[in-house]
Design a protein around this ligand. Structure first.
Ligand SMILES: *[C@@H]1O[C@H](CO)[C@@H](O)[C@H](O)[C@H]1NC(C)=O
Ligand SMILES: *[C@@H]1O[C@H](CO)[C@@H](O)[C@H](O)[C@H]1NC(C)=O
Ligand SMILES: *[C@@H]1O[C@H](CO)[C@@H](O)[C@H](O)[C@H]1NC(C)=O
Ligand SMILES: *[C@@H]1O[C@H](CO)[C@@H](O)[C@H](O)[C@H]1NC(C)=O
Ligand SMILES: *[C@@H]1O[C@H](CO)[C@@H](O)[C@H](O)[C@H]1NC(C)=O
Ligand SMILES: *[C@@H]1O[C@H](CO)[C@@H](O)[C@H](O)[C@H]1NC(C)=O
Ligand SMILES: *[C@@H]1O[C@H](CO)[C@@H](O)[C@H](O)[C@H]1NC(C)=O
Ligand SMILES: *[C@@H]1O[C@H](CO)[C@@H](O)[C@H](O)[C@H]1NC(C)=O
Length: 911
């Protein structure tokens, strides 16, 4: 047994050893040769593998490790690669090529190689370094510059060199913007151009001894992008056209030369090229009999290439083409027939077409007739309207492919038809005594269609109450929208209609009611509530019997052109915001509201309105009268009829005191800047013209200003006030005494000195005066009239002020006064006597002076005072001290306060 086993045991390690030996076998590369192709910058390495081993018969995978170094660059290894290939008996000769970044002429490329079976870990010995032709192979009789006219990919390194001829040096070089000086026979650089480099730039080397530097252009380009959106279609099933987006292509003339871009459309295996093109986005080819295509598009340039693929069925990518424009075959007022033609297609297909008519789109499916013509009939058009038509078509396939492009638009105008709908008619009536001037206006209502060009408007009117009256007809040109007609006071029916070249519209009817002299229409002045910008709010009372309401107004109420406007409303409307850009603030507009019942109109309301009311700009001038110690009366002229920019709703009377706050019973306080209160009285009656201010204090100075207001009284501080001083209470009594005692005395003296004629007149037998204390003074004159003439009325100083109590001023206004020459002395004396610092009143029974209500035979030349009520004569002088401080324009009125300025007295003075 052992004898058996031993040799077997011995054999196993031997076999293992043999196996191991085969694993460790090395195939030493031999006979390495190196060739350089300078134009391609390519190194070709060739070598053999030793075949001294008999150990292999099958294929062996082997790795060659290849190293390349640059001799002149410190033997720097620029490449170390593994090249794996299969080795067998018949293939022992190997090649490998390499394109160097370093120009082969710039540095001597040396290569060596070793090998290893992929299954083994043991490398063969390196071969010796074998050198390719480098600079040494160049002629040393001339200067060199490398590379020349070469395209680089952006972002890659560029290695360049300059080599001077024998015994010369490279003096300078320029690499785009980099300049330098050198003193070497050969320079060698690697640079990486950044993004600031242009697509083409210069490399220059200056050699000493040479006048001109050597120079060359270098180019920076990109690899082609992968083409996108590759798409193929046909218009006729004969030619197929493919389009794509080429991506970014550096388009320059010099790239067309040095690194042209090319697009190649082929089948997927690139065996059959359909078409190719340079720098373009499409190419076409003739269809062969197949329908299914599987195409590849290759984009390439000198730096690389990219691919895109597409499969399509040409039947599903038919895009028809419409030849020319559609045409109109038949046309009338409402109907049109369109025709168009597509380029003929070498297949039986049905089509989907879209027609644009103005804003509307119509879809139709159609089978073209034999000559690829299509016809489409469209009805329901508007007469006399210009329509624009355009068409596009697509093959009716699923999935939908693409529309053809739209044809050019063509326009066609339908013919005219009779006008349809009714004109909107309204009228404006100017009533005279016998005649009414009626202006009939019309315009196109929303449902009216001219259906052509309106040539004329026709009117006809007839008296409804008197059928015997002739019916009137008239027509006006199309440019006019109104007609003035003169009508009597009866009711009339007016018809208006339009006419174009075909026919006329139906007439619109309005009935002018008989003029109603007693008709009372509610007239209102209304607020600006609910108005908006350019809009005036109108509301009216609805009545069930009316089917329509009409509001009319003038946009330009001031000025000769009224710009008449009207607006119609349905039965349920009872208000509107009337909009007009013509509305201006401060202008009074009058709106008439009519109800319509069976073509008859009834004026319901008249409204005066403003868009916005304005306030009177100025303060009013006023008179101040009847000044007593405690009250006075302010009068003014009515302002509400003078002012038209708003409705005057009342007046504001402002009263203030000198550097003192005003607080008077019955007034409203008003704080003004400076914190002094002024008093104000709001008089809320536009027709009021007087106001009595009470609760004043004697011997005080008051200032007054008056303002009319429309909506909001607006006190402004720059107003000029009129000042008044209330008289002193005690002086008043003193003056009264003075009048009662002194003046009669003076007069008596005067009388005694006058001529006998005068004396006869002036000094008749004087009736015994009856002195009646005059306690109850009234505002009116009637109470005085009631008194018996020849009575001396004694004015008592009122004990207390009450509204009923009269003041001297009130009496003065209602009485007359004569600036008579009978007692000039008195006047002079009174005026010059400055000591009297209060008003002086004189009075006398008028009969004493010969004044009677009937002519007096005794005094034929004497002035005749016929005024019935002139029974008493008063005279009041205002002393200068009272006038002080009346610096305003109102100062004149202080003098007016003299009774002789009252109207009646002036009239009398004319005698
Ligand atoms: C070549 O192959 C060896 C061993 O397989 C590995 O160590 C080396 O890195 C490779 N060299 C290159 C450049 O791939
Ligand atoms: C490599 O070369 C050395 C001597 O130069 C030699 O001794 C060795 O055997 C060689 N190796 C192989 C695997 O041929
Ligand atoms: C360019 O050269 C530099 C150094 O010479 C090197 O570090 C870099 O990797 C190179 N770049 C490319 C893209 O070859
Ligand atoms: C220019 O050349 C000098 C010497 O030849 C060198 O020191 C310098 O770095 C160079 N400049 C550039 C920008 O290469
Ligand atoms: C327009 O022409 C079409 C087709 O001929 C016809 O049917 C239609 O009645 C015509 N319409 C008018 C308004 O003439
Ligand atoms: C017409 O056809 C197109 C495509 O099928 C569709 O998108 C469009 O809505 C259709 N228009 C009308 C008006 O039918
Ligand atoms: C009506 O018109 C006539 C002529 O234009 C004119 O004289 C007359 O004053 C007008 N009557 C009224 C009431 O406007
Ligand atoms: C008015 O009164 C306010 C506060 O009541 C005060 O601050 C202001 O100084 C006063 N102005 C004048 C001018 O008195």
């Amino acid at each position: 047994m052992d004898r058996w086993i031993f040799p077997v045991l011995l054999f196993i390690p031997l076999c293992l050893g043999l196996l191991q030996n085969q694993d460790n076998q090395v195939f030493e590369p031999r006979n390495l040769r190196i060739y350089s192709n300078n134009s391609l910058q390519q190194l070709l390495l060739e070598w053999d593998v030793s075949d001294d081993s008999e150990a292999y018969n099958s294929k062996i995978e082997i790795v060659f490790n290849i190293q390349i170094r640059l001799r002149e660059e410190d033997k720097r290894i620029i490449l170390n690669v593994n090249y794996t290939t299969v080795l067998n008996k018949s293939r022992q000769h190997h090649q490998w090529s390499f394109i160097s970044e370093v120009p082969l002429q710039c540095a001597t490329h040396e290569a060596r190689i070793r090998s290893r079976m992929t299954s083994s870990k043991i490398w063969s010995n390196w071969t010796d370094w074998v050198a390719a032709n480098g600079p040494d192979a160049l002629s040393n009789e001339k200067n060199h510059i490398f590379p020349e006219e070469k395209v680089f990919e952006r972002g890659s390194n560029i290695t360049f060199c300059c080599i001077a001829k024998k015994n010369k040096i490279v003096a300078t070089y320029t690499f785009y913007k980099e300049h330098n000086k050198t003193n070497q026979q050969r320079i060698f650089f690697t640079r990486k151009p950044d993004s600031s480099f242009p697509r083409r730039f210069q490399l220059t080397c200056g050699f000493n001894g040479s006048i001109n530097p050597s120079q060359t252009y270098l180019y920076l380009n990109r690899q082609p992008d992968k083409p996108q959106h590759l798409s193929c279609e046909t218009e006729d099933m004969i030619n197929i056209r493919c389009t794509w987006n080429p991506g970014c292509v550096e388009k320059t003339d010099y790239f067309e030369e040095v690194c042209p871009m090319e697009f190649i459309l082929s089948d997927v295996s690139s065996t059959k090229i359909y078409c190719s093109t340079k720098f373009q986005k499409s190419c076409s080819f003739k269809r062969d009999d197949q329908f299914l295509y599987n195409v590849r598009l290759t984009s390439r340039n000198c730096l690389g290439q990219k691919h895109e693929q597409l499969s399509f069925n040409v039947m599903h990518t038919v895009r028809p083409v419409i030849i020319g424009k559609p045409s109109v075959d038949h046309l009338n007022a409402t109907f049109i027939q369109l025709s168009w033609q597509i380029k003929s297609i070498n297949a039986s297909l049905s089509f989907l077409c879209q027609i644009n008519v103005g804003e509307n789109k119509y879809n139709i499916t159609a089978q073209s007739d034999s000559d690829s013509h299509f016809h489409f009939q469209l009805g329901g058009l508007q007469p006399a309207t210009n329509y624009m038509f355009k068409v596009r078509c697509a093959a009716d396939v699923s999935p939908f492919w693409k529309w053809s492009s739209w044809t050019e638009s063509i326009s066609a105008e339908t013919t005219e038809a009779a006008p349809s709908g009714l004109l909107d008619v309204w009228r404006h009536i100017n009533s005279g005594l016998k005649q009414r001037n009626v202006t009939v206006f019309w315009r196109e209502s929303s449902d009216f269609r001219a259906n052509g060009k309106i040539q004329k408007y026709h009117l006809s009117w007839e008296n409804l109450e008197d059928p015997s009256m002739q019916r009137h007809n008239d027509s006006v040109s199309a440019s006019q929208n109104y007609r003035k007609i003169s009508l009597g006071n009866r009711s009339y029916k007016i018809l208006v209609w339009a006419q174009n070249s075909i026919s006329t519209s139906s007439p619109s009817v309005i009935i002018i009611p008989a003029s109603d002299k007693n008709g009372k229409v509610h007239y209102s002045e209304e607020t600006t509530d609910n108005n908006e910008e350019h809009k005036i709010y109108i509301s009216w009372k609805r009545q069930s019997k009316f089917s329509q309401y009409i509001v009319d107004w003038c946009n330009q109420p001031i000025g000769p052109l009224c710009d008449f406007q009207w607006k119609k409303y349905g039965q349920i409307k009872s208000s509107d915001l009337i909009t007009s850009d013509a509305f201006k603030r401060g202008v009074r507009y009058t709106f008439n509201v009519y109800g319509i019942q069976d073509d008859r109109s009834y004026l319901l309301e008249k409204k005066a309105k403003y868009l916005e009311e304005m306030e009177p700009p100025d303060y009013l001038s006023c008179n101040i009268e009847e000044i007593t110690a405690n009250s006075l009366r302010v009068t003014w002229e009515r302002y509400d009829q003078k002012f038209s920019s708003g409705f005057i709703r009342g007046y504001m009377l402002y009263m203030k005191m000198d550097n003192q706050s005003c607080s008077v019973q019955g007034s409203q306080p008003l704080i003004r800047p400076g914190n002094l209160t002024i008093c104000s009285y709001k008089i809320e009656k536009p027709n009021q013209t007087e106001f009595t201010v009470r609760h004043l204090k004697p011997n005080r100075k008051y200032f007054f200003a008056l303002q009319a207001y429309a909506v909001n009284p607006n006190y402004t501080d720059n107003v000029i006030f009129k000042s008044v001083i209330t008289p002193d209470d005690e002086k008043w009594l003193f003056n009264l005494l003075y009048l009662l005692l002194i003046i009669p005395l003076i007069l008596m003296c005067m009388c005694s000195r006058k001529s006998s004629r005068v004396r006869n007149c002036l000094c008749p037998a004087i009736p015994q005066p009856k002195v009646t204390p005059f306690f109850k003074m009234s505002l009116g004159i009637t109470e005085i009239n009631d008194m018996i003439p020849n009575q001396l009325v004694m004015l008592e100083k009122p004990q207390e002020f009450s509204p009923k109590q009269s003041t001297l001023g009130i009496l003065l206004e209602n009485m007359s006064y004569s600036q008579s020459t009978y007692y000039p002395e008195v006047q002079i004396e009174e005026r010059t006597d400055q000591k009297f610092n209060s008003g002086v009143t004189s009075y006398k029974p008028l009969q004493d002076f010969g004044f009677t209500s009937s002519p007096n035979p005794c005094t034929p030349e004497a002035p005749l005072y016929s005024k019935d009520n002139l029974n008493y004569l008063y005279q009041t002088e205002v002393l200068p001290s009272m006038i002080q401080g009346t610096d305003s324009s109102c100062s004149v009125h202080w003098l007016d306060y003299r009774p002789q300025c009252s109207t009646t007295s002036r009239r009398n003075t004319d005698y």
